[in-house]
Every structure is written in C-alpha cells, then in structure tokens.
Design a protein. Structure first.
Length: 334
C-alpha cells in the first residue's frame, strides 16, 4: 500500500525567541528542521510524523563558526558538516572535528546535514526504522534487536532496554575536546557537558532536550599545551556508512608524557563512550608500545557483546591502539 506523507506546516523562524515560541506552542507535535537528512527519513518511514516543522536555518547565529583565543570555538547547530570540514580555524586548531566531519555520509549529506542534526539523530536500527515494529524507542515493551539482527549498528557497552549504538561521528570527537552543548529554552540559555546531552538507552528520546528547548550549538575550549588529536572510524562501506566502531583521541603530550587524554568510543554504545579505564592507564605515563597496548586492552572493559557483534571487541581495541600510536608518533615528530 502506497504511503502518502501528510501535509506539514512549515515555519521559518528569524530568531531563537520565535523558535522557542513555536516549540512551546506545538510541543511534541513540532520538530526542529535544519538539513533534514535524518528527520525526512523518519517521516517517510512513518517513525515520526510531526504536524509542524520549525526551520531554524534563517537564524544567523545558528550558521556561524566563531573563534576566540580565550573562549575557544563556537559552532552553531545549523552549520553544515561540509562547512565544518572546510573551516580554516577548525583545520588548524581542531583537526579532529574536520576529520570526523569528512567521514560522515556522502558529499550530498555533508552539504545538507548539520552538526546539530548529527548530534541529535535517531538510531540506525532496522526495527526502530520499520513502521511495523513497536520497539522500546517507540513506546513499546521490548527491543527486537536483542534476539534479532544486531550485527552492525548495535552496542557492546552501556546498553540497557535498547541495544542500539548511537550513530553520530561528531559526538565522540566533540566529547574528546571537552565540548559543551548550548541549549536555549524558556528560561534562557544554559550549557552542559556534551556527554550529558544524551539520555541513554532506557529513554525513548535520544537527548535530554525538552520539547520546547533548542540546541543552539556547541562551545569547544581551546586545547591546552601540546595537544594532539585523531579520529578513526571503521565502517562496512568505505565511501559512505555509519561506524561499526570509531575512536576519538585528544591528548596533551610533553616529552612523551601524556599529561591529559580523552579517549571516546563511537558506534559501540548508546552514547559517546568515555573509556575512563584506558585514560587512567596512560594518563601521566610515559608513552610506550606496551603502555598503549595495555590501554587498548582495557578500553572495552565491562563490555557485554551480543551474539552477533563480538567482533567489535577486537575491532575497537585495534582502533584505540592505532589512534594512540598515531598521536604518540605525531608528538615525537612535532
């Protein structure tokens, strides 16, 4: 039977105040629209069919990349992934963000998709995306992936009622840089560590954003000292696909001593996963192949792989080892 998308009200908003007004008025019946690369797919799949689309692209501040020596980098939520990748300041000082943006989807997706949409996108779970399965994420009582197909885009760490893996490539890179989410609501703006933006596997919504709140962008502090960054991603199709596993590393290294480090995993948990065990192994230590191998081994400590995705254990360890070896050699050559 042919499915016809119902008529949707489309509202262009010129500023944040008006965006909040319409979100308050329509509540759960409204969805924020920017690039639409994820939202339009959800509408066509009958997963989410809002009555109103609130288009935030006309808001000037939402499309800006601003840099300040003291405050760091501010990226508006409607900045496209291509714009992020091509930014000179990001290529120079925040290379991990350009690396991550470059590996999202296809050229067409990067030209339309935004950083806000990439952070807030819904899971790439075939049961969630199928209109005939009332899974936990859609208000049902079960996660069909547990006993069904769960080889590719599903978790080995941190999962609960839902076992999907969060699909964002930008989230691990931004969490590695200690970014904060800038959120606007009725009471004004607030900032929260980006890792706290994600609600986790036991909630139907992907983020903690309320129906009348809007993600304005992200604030990224200036890296301290001799900082080295890298984002690695493994996927089925090299040209375009979501991560089976990814790792983002941002490390402050002086005289081969790792003064500070953030190791964040993607594609293996329902949120960007901070591998605190691996961080503790190498923090304040003199980097060696043995120490890096030890950190890679504990990076997935506590993992509970499903029957079809056990391969992600070795895959993730290998990516962590490659990333740490790369930043170590980069520090020695600098």
């Amino acid at each position: 039977m042919l499915y016809e998308i119902p008529s949707l009200k489309h509202i262009d908003v010129p500023n944040v105040k008006e965006a909040i007004f319409w979100l308050q008025k329509y509540g759960q019946k409204a969805k924020v629209m920017a690039g639409g690369t994820d939202l339009l797919g959800l509408i066509k799949d009958r997963v989410e069919v809002p009555e109103v689309l609130v288009n935030i692209k006309p808001i000037p501040q939402m499309k800006r990349i601003a840099y300040d020596e003291k405050r760091g980098l501010k990226i508006g939520a409607a900045v496209t992934l291509n714009g992020l990748e091509m930014s000179e300041v990001i290529q120079k000082k925040f290379t991990i963000l350009a690396d991550a943006a470059r590996q999202v989807g296809t050229t067409q997706i990067r030209n339309m998709g935004t950083i806000g949409g990439n952070l807030c996108q819904s899971p790439q779970c075939l049961y969630f995306r199928h209109p005939h399965f009332l899974c936990h994420k859609k208000g049902g009582a079960r996660c069909y992936a547990v006993t069904g197909e769960h080889r590719d885009y599903y978790s080995i760490l941190g999962y609960g009622k839902c076992v999907m893996a969060h699909p964002s490539d930008m989230a691990p890179a931004l969490v590695a840089l200690k970014a904060k989410a800038i959120i606007a609501g009725e009471d004004g703006e607030r900032q929260t560590p980006l890792e706290d933006l994600f609600s986790g596997p036991n909630h139907s919504q992907e983020t903690v954003l309320k129906a009348d709140e809007l993600l304005l962008g992200v604030q990224v502090p200036n890296p301290k000292g001799r900082n080295f960054q890298l984002f690695l991603k493994h996927r089925i199709r090299r040209s375009s696909d979501f991560a089976l596993s990814s790792v983002a590393v941002a490390a402050q290294i002086t005289d081969e001593i790792c003064r500070d480090v953030r190791i964040v995993l993607g594609g293996v948990a329902p949120f960007p996963y901070l591998s605190t065990e691996a961080q503790e192994v190498i923090k304040e230590g003199k980097l060696t192949e043995q120490l890096i191998a030890q950190a890679a081994e504990v990076s997935v400590e506590g993992a509970r792989p499903l029957s079809m995705n056990r391969y992600k254990l070795d895959l993730t360890k290998a990516l962590v080892k490659r990333a740490l070896m790369s930043v170590w050699h980069g520090a020695k050559a600098a």
